[in-house]
Ligand binder design. Structure first.
Ligand code: MG
Length: 396
């Protein structure tokens, strides 16, 4: 089956950055959490109609690439580019053909990390109708032609002038042939792939998209991109709330306990109206606390026969729904189980995975810890198992 791929061109040296060259090319600079390149890759990897991501890098940047890019199932091994952008794109196209059968191909600048899902979709749709697609936006400022001496020579009529963006989109076979045609004619420095298509006499459709797809070229652009991302990531979620929860259940006769959604063979079972999962009960209380919505007992009264033997997952899911209804976004969960036995270590990852599945939260944001009670008190005498939990929720 032919697939849709994107080539991300990251082979440039960023000469226009104008600052400390040793800091590396702009596509590897940090935007906060991630490098510019990683942010860009993430946009395409997350798009449902993009199947493969091929990055073209400079031959000196293999180590930088490894350091600043996370593995992803859609991401192919990087290939080495050439001395010009045009040659790097051609090498990327050739590398793709050696690995997969490509139907539509997008070609994108690594230095445009703000490309939206809507822009990617609009370009893919335009290729669907049989054309090469150039995403662009109209120029709204007045445009001047300026002499090398810095004098304005002419005010240019901006009517019909557009700023070209990427990703530019093509049928793979057509853009591949166009690149070969340019090469055969010793043309190797065209500014973008739409220009390569144009050189071959192909029709290119201008697809008007949002102008919010800036290219990071200068140091000022990098600063602007950082503050833009930080605004998206932090300021929108400046209301951070934490809640805590505690629970304890008695142990009685039985052969297994359920802790954090995982059944573990044991010399007893936890007694309670529901499945008595202290871990999920403590987490549920911690989550309810972030919206001041009382405790688990007020939502699921132990006197209500409906909850007899109930799986505690539904309590957790209910608390999360209440948080969601109030516009909260779960950010982190931490639970500590307190018991002499069973040993929690061998089940820790299964518990994290179970909580991750119930909460639809990445497992890296879930902590499960355990401690004994040093043989002190009721828990120390194996009379019960206790749990503490902390939830962190972000509100916009
Ligand atoms: Mg309980």
């Amino acid at each position: 089956m032919p697939v849709n791929a994107v080539i991300i061109v990251a082979a440039g040296r960023g000469e226009r950055m104008g600052d400390n060259i040793s800091a590396g090319p702009k596509q590897y600079r940090s935007l906060g959490r991630n490098s510019v390149l990683q942010e860009t890759i993430g946009k395409f990897a997350a798009h449902p109609d993009v199947d493969q991501v091929q990055v073209v890098i400079h031959r000196d940047d293999a180590a930088l690439y490894q350091e600043s890019v996370h593995p992803h199932p859609k991401l192919l091994e990087p290939v080495t580019g050439g001395p010009s952008r045009q040659q790097s794109c051609r090498l990327g196209l050739e590398a793709l053909a050696s690995k997969i059968n490509v139907s539509k191909v997008l070609i994108h600048d690594a230095a445009r990390p703000f490309v939206s899902s809507e822009t990617i979709s609009a370009v893919l749709d335009a290729i669907e109708s049989g054309k090469c697609a150039l995403p662009c936006h109209p120029i709204v400022e007045s445009v001047k032609r300026v002499s090398p001496q810095g004098l304005v020579e002419k005010t240019v009529d901006r009517d019909g002038l557009f700023i070209a963006q990427t990703p530019q989109g093509f049928r793979y076979s057509e853009i591949s042939a166009a690149h070969q045609h340019a090469r055969d004619n010793n043309i190797d420095n065209l500014p973008d792939d739409a220009a390569v298509a144009e050189f071959s006499g192909m029709k290119v459709e201008a697809v008007e998209v949002s102008r919010d797809n800036m290219k990071i070229t200068t140091k000022d652009d990098l600063e602007l991109a950082r503050s833009k991302l930080s605004a998206e990531n932090n300021v929108l979620y400046s209301d951070v709330r934490t809640g805590n929860g505690y629970d304890i259940h008695r142990l009685g006769p039985g052969d297994a306990v359920i802790l954090c959604g995982v059944q573990i063979p044991h010399t007893g079972k936890l007694l309670g109206h529901s499945d008595a999962d202290v871990g999920l009960h403590a987490l549920t209380d911690a989550i309810l606390a972030t919206i001041g919505a009382g405790d688990i007992g007020s939502h699921f009264p132990p006197t209500d026969p409906k909850w007899k033997g109930a799986a505690s997952e539904q309590f957790l899911a209910h608390a999360l729904k209440l948080v969601d209804d109030r516009g909260g976004r779960l950010n982190h969960l931490d639970v500590t189980l307190i018991c002499e036995l069973p040993k929690i270590g061998p089940h820790r990852e299964a518990m994290r995975a179970r909580i991750a599945a119930i909460c639809d939260l990445d497992v890296s944001r879930i902590s499960v810890k355990a401690t004994t009670n040093e043989a002190i008190g009721a828990v120390g005498r194996h009379e019960g198992i206790a749990a503490l939990a902390t939830a962190t929720v972000l509100f916009s």
